[in-house]
Design a protein around this ligand. Structure first.
Ligand code: ADP
Length: 426
């Protein structure tokens, strides 16, 4: 799938999912409010009935006008201004709530109107289909009877919100399923993007291989064409010249194929380190001497800031030499005009530090972690003007980790990069 169609599909699916989530939240909210309203009116009627029952119980013929008031979402007061028999009140409350299927914990309190004083209260726990008083039945018989005529009672429902949520079990179940779908969708997108990245890496690798191999192959083809002409026999020096070209190009190809295959299949487990004490400063000087010949006609400048004391580690000198070549090669490759490379070494407390700094094109922040992955190259659209297979730094990292060291990069786009290697001494 092409990049922009993939992006479009992901976008559309995300928008569709976001729409479903919003609808679900709206419905959940609506269902909650509906249940809340229904519960509140049932409680309201239940408490009004309790108040009327109390008056009847007291043989009080007066009628109550709006006795129930919802003071807070979970607290109601009921003005009866009459005698209150606590036992009767508790039983009536239980009955009325039970009749309406409102099995939720409640706490009732009896107030004295004159002094607005709490005179009695009890907490009633709701079980699945019944109420359980904190006071047992025998004590219930002796509950106090407040027989001044100016009492009112209040009922508090501490677990109202939990009760309401419990009533929305179907909605909560569907929300959990929706959440599962979102997690699955996010995972599917992640896999898709991984796959896309892999195919891009593969495409880049094939493009690079093709580009790298095309030149020597066409040089060989042209040389062969010349050699196949019968008159070439008459000019043995030309014959020798073309045969040498073929041989050189063939060797170059062979070396390249070997290198790529070796690096591409290189794993930590294949490593056999021949460790010995090596002076990193000497190793660096040797590497510089070898590449100096290739840099003769360029503006590349290499500055050495090597520690005055020998920087010695126990390491495999062949692999450390290779990794120094890779870091230097990258520093030169990824610098445009007048490359200036600084190599620094230092003896640290438990090991050594080597850094290779350049003033090149730099590495974008989001690519800095990925450059150590096999085949990864910083994307440059469809044009890669700098040759490479994305294998050098993965080799460097594997090697440093095999030596129990670490590597990190500090880089700013357009300004340059600094690769810092730390290796333990032992
Ligand atoms: P390559 O063969 O592509 O150079 P590497 O594994 O050595 O492979 O590097 C991976 C990628 O990291 C490179 O393609 C390049 O984009 C980036 N990179 C590595 N070194 C530097 C550097 N010194 N400056 C800028 N970019 C770098």
């Amino acid at each position: 799938m092409r990049s922009h169609s993939l992006r479009l599909v992901i976008w559309l699916a995300t928008v569709a999912l976001a729409g479903i989530v919003i609808i679900q939240i709206l419905w959940l909210d609506k269902a909650f409010r509906f249940k809340e309203k229904q519960t509140d009116s049932s409680i309201f009627i239940a408490l009004k009935n309790v108040a009327e029952k109390l008056l009847m119980y007291n043989d009080n013929p007066s009628t109550l006008v709006n006795p129930v008031k919802q003071v807070a979402s979970n607290y109601y007061t009921v003005m009866i201004n009459d005698v209150i028999d606590a036992k009767f009140l508790e039983m009536s409350l239980k009955n009325e709530l039970e009749q309406r299927g409102l099995f939720l914990d409640f706490e009732y309190v009896i107030y004295d109107c004159s002094g607005n004083q709490l005179v009695y209260g009890n907490y009633i726990e709701a079980e699945k289909n019944a109420f359980k008083s904190k006071i047992n039945n025998s004590t219930l018989a002796s509950l106090p009877n407040f027989n001044h005529d100016n009492y009112y009672f209040g009922v508090f429902f501490p677990k109202r919100s939990e009760y309401l949520l419990g009533q929305l079990d179907v909605w909560i179940f569907t929300s959990v399923i929706l959440l599962g779908i979102i997690v699955f969708f996010a995972y599917a997108v992640w896999v898709l993007l991984q796959q896309k990245r892999l195919s891009e890496v593969q495409r880049d690798f094939i493009n690079n291989m093709t580009h790298e191999f095309k030149t020597p192959i066409s040089t060989i083809a042209i040389s062969c064409e010349v050699l196949l002409k019968p008159e070439i026999i008459k000019t043995p020096e030309r014959l020798l010249n073309y045969a040498t070209i073929i041989q050189n190009e063939n060797n170059r190809l062979k070396k390249q194929v070997e290198n790529v295959l070796q690096l591409a299949t290189f794993e930590k487990k294949d490593l056999h380190l021949n460790k010995e004490a090596i002076n990193i400063n000497d190793l660096i000087r040797k590497v510089i001497k070898n590449i100096d010949a290739n840099l003769k006609n360029t503006n590349t400048q290499i500055v050495l800031h090597l520690s005055e004391k020998p920087v010695v580690v126990n390491a495999d000198s062949m692999h450390i030499t290779n990794l120094m070549y890779n870091l230097l090669d990258n520093a030169i490759k990824y610098s445009k005009e007048n490359p200036m490379i600084t190599i620094y070494t230092e003896n640290k407390k438990n090991g050594i530090l080597i850094s290779v700094e350049d003033n090149g094109i730099g590495i974008p922040k989001n690519a800095q972690k990925q450059i150590f992955q096999k085949f990864y190259r910083v994307p440059k659209g469809d044009i890669y003007d700098i040759k490479g297979y994305g294998l050098g730094l993965s080799y460097v990292k594997i090697m440093i980790e095999a030596h129990k060291g670490n590597i990190r990069v500090e880089s700013e786009e357009g300004k340059g990069s600094k690769f810092i290697v730390e290796l333990p001494v032992s």
